[in-house]
Design a binder for this molecule. Structure first.
Ligand SMILES: [Zn+2]
Ligand SMILES: [Zn+2]
Length: 327
């Protein structure tokens, strides 16, 4: 038997035993095909073709995967080719299979490589940072906007994307209420990726589970950039102070930043003045998006606002009369 035939026999005997979660799909002289699958998303098919005069020449390796990015696979093929060249004259396939198998185990973030590429291409701006931590299967995200920043650790679980990403707020200099909102929203976005809605409308398409990393990370990047750029539409100034050290943490301070339900922001005093000043007809609407303003602090009806306004005007008239009388 030649080297090639011996190698094929050897693969049939031992590859599925030596490499965990792998299947020998084809094993003939024209082609060897082995599927390594840890989870649905951590999966690579390795295809090998023997060149003429193998093993004097390196085996030809091709890698395929449904969920691992082509860029990553191309890089891995180069490493496989290097390995084959080190083993000229000897059987090469099992060694390469071991290498690919180890790669999957040592790089748990490979299951979201497409998402990582997308985030870098579409979302990351200027001095934002996205660092990969393969050892802990996590990503470290830092978003910078002017003097403001948020820092999050995003954990990718073993059976991702069936299980949602873990979200941990590390550090931030946004007002506390905004920090809490960033985290709570992120958790909710991740949950919606893997759980069907509680109240399903009849016309909704069937629920399809989707990876939660990119929705969460893109949300954090987008919002952390957007808030410090927004102006308060009542006074026309930036809602957040230019320097994050000057944030008004006291919620009753006039310049404290209030976020209303639609997501737009106002200074506390500006919003208060706007809500309590006529016209009240049809309720108060957001300057930016036209949606009804809703905020826990200002739960007043149109009728109550009108009454309060009338009362305030009456008081003012009384005061004016006194001033007139005295002058
Ligand atoms: Zn304002
Ligand atoms: Zn709005």
């Amino acid at each position: 038997m030649g080297v090639r035939e011996n190698e094929l026999e050897e693969l049939k005997k031992c590859v599925e035993r030596v490499i965990s979660n792998c299947t020998l799909e084809t094993c003939v002289a024209a082609m060897v095909r082995i599927n390594i699958q840890r989870t649905k998303y951590k999966q690579i098919v390795c295809c090998f073709q023997f060149p003429d005069e193998y093993p004097k020449y390196p085996i030809l390796t091709e890698l395929k995967s449904h969920h691992i990015s082509q860029k990553l696979l191309d890089g891995l093929v180069k490493i496989c080719d290097e390995e084959a060249k080190k083993r000229l004259g000897k059987p090469q396939i099992l060694q390469i299979i071991k290498l690919v198998s180890n790669f999957i185990d040592e790089n748990p973030l490979c299951c979201c490589s497409e998402e990582i590429t997308n985030i870098r291409k579409t979302w990351i701006e200027g001095s934002d940072e996205l660092k990969l931590r393969q050892k802990t299967s996590s990503l470290l995200l830092k978003v910078n906007e002017g003097s403001y920043f948020i820092k999050y650790s995003i954990f990718i679980p073993e059976n991702y994307p069936e299980k949602q990403v873990g979200i941990e707020a590390k550090e931030s200099n946004f007002p506390a209420v905004f920090q809490r909102w960033f985290t709570a929203q992120s958790v909710e976005i991740a949950r919606r990726c893997i759980e069907p809605p509680l109240k399903k409308k009849p016309k909704d398409p069937p629920f399809v589970l989707k990876p939660s990393m990119e929705p969460v990370v893109s949300f954090l990047i987008k919002e952390a950039h957007a808030f410090p750029r927004q102006t308060c539409k009542v006074c026309g100034e930036k809602a957040f102070p230019e320097d994050a050290r000057n944030i008004h943490h006291d919620e009753s301070s006039p310049k404290h930043v209030e976020r209303i339900l639609c997501g737009h922001i106002y200074h506390n005093a500006c919003l208060d003045k706007y809500i309590k000043t006529p016209p009240f007809q049809g309720g108060k609407k957001c300057h930016t998006c036209g949606q009804q303003i809703f905020h826990e602090k200002w739960k007043i009806t149109q009728k109550l606002a009108e009454e309060r306004w009338a009362h305030k005007q009456a008081k003012q008239r009384e005061l004016d009369e006194v001033v007139d009388f005295l002058s």
